[in-house]
Ligand binder design. Sequence first.
Ligand SMILES: [Zn+2]
Length: 275
Amino acid sequence: MQQEQKRQQKEQPYTVVLAPNPSVMTGPGTNTIIVGSEATGALVIDPAVEAEDYLEQVITAGKARGGIRRILITHGHPDHCGGAAALRERLGVPVLAFSRAGVTLADEELEDGARLPVGDDSLLAIHTPGHRFDHLCFLLEQAGILFAGDLLAGVGTVVIAPPEGDMTAYLASLRRLQRLELRSIVPGHGPIITDPGSKLAEYIDHRLLREQQVITALARFPEGATVSALVPHVYADVSSTLHALAAQSLTAHLLKLEQEGRVRRQDGERWQLLS
Ligand SMILES: [Zn+2]
């Protein structure tokens, strides 16, 4: 390998290939990550779509790092595993995910704490449910770089949609990441996060502020209120075109408060503040 290429790989231990799937939900598209070196071969995280040109770019980036040996999936949403079957067919390498219940095409399951060698470093799988029950983040341990899937977003917000999503689990996962020593976070969508500590604190504060707004809104409805009645009060700062998505996150907040015994549900759909 060229000296120059070697030097670049040491400085930047991963390559990002942007998938051609931009949308409201995915921002500029999914960040597909290729990590590894000639010595150990490469791993690819989240091949997102089957587009020929894109898969070719992923394979080429893998070749520069010793060739792709495994396909890893952060979670089973189509914008993170939509290209996995096509890539597996072309390369004949296995697909690894947290569970087959989450990613039915997975060949192997990766449990929390599993480690895969990549060059001089190792990639640690961290089970981080919240956005989805099967969500894994991958930590490049010595470099302190976290590949965060949809636990954080470089742009926009992360949707927590029950029953796949769970606000209690989401906050616990963010707090777990706070205990790691991170230099940067590469999210599944949007730009790299270079201030992991403050970004994680911001995410937690934002959700707790929202929770407080839910409680304030519920206090206006002593007889209880439905999610659709609460949304405009809690998400007054969010465009009404996003209120259907906001209703999912609001439900996730209400379920967390219900678990904590702070609200109750009447007739299955009217939420009421307790105490
Ligand atoms: Zn997702």
